[in-house]
Design a protein around this ligand. Structure first.
Ligand code: NI
Length: 166
């Protein structure tokens, strides 16, 4: 397993639209293992393949306390959603920034698991937020894009300054 480099906002590669995965093979499972190690090391509760510069429809999530319940979503689709809920979000690609975003309160998602089997899952609370946040990454969207242009620019400048300082 390997720790992968996470792209940081405003890296333009974060705006790449991910392609569906045709076959869940050994190379995909290897990427899942590397992404899991990367996410746990960060530490984070979700990671989309886009963030490690792999532009395929794959995301992983673990919202458990013990960090032992990895959930894998391949080619995820939201098939139902309702309600609205505000949540303070963060992102491994925008370190140190936490902002409130409004999303659907309840979703039903359909995806493939790491064995290529279809499953569906109903989610609310943190898990629902996390799935929607990571699915946005696959569409090339970073959560700061929900904020006002003023706020977004402030974050962009802060990130660029941080990068120059490294
Ligand atoms: Ni994120």
């Amino acid at each position: 397993m390997a720790i992968l480099e996470i792209l940081n906002y405003p890296d333009p590669r974060l705006h790449t639209v991910a392609k569906p995965i045709k076959e869940v093979d050994a190379s995909i499972r290897r990427l899942i293992d590397d992404m899991a190690q990367t996410m746990y090391a960060a530490p984070g509760i979700g990671l989309a393949a886009t963030q490690v510069n792999q532009h395929i429809q794959l995301l992983i999530i673990d919202t458990s306390e013990e960090k032992n319940q990895l959930q894998v979503f391949i080619n995820p689709k939201i098939i139902e959603k309702d309600g609205e809920r505000e949540f303070e979000e963060g992102c491994l690609s925008v370190p140190g920034v936490y902002e409130t975003v409004t999303r659907a309160a309840h979703i039903k998602v359909e995806a493939l698991d790491k064995n290529g089997q279809t499953f569906s899952l109903e989610a609310e609370g943190l898990l629902a937020v996390c799935i929607q946040h990571e699915m946005d990454h696959l569409l090339g969207k970073v959560f700061v894009e929900y904020l006002s242009p003023l706020k977004r620019n402030r974050i962009k400048n802060k990130m660029l300054k941080l990068r120059r300082a490294m």
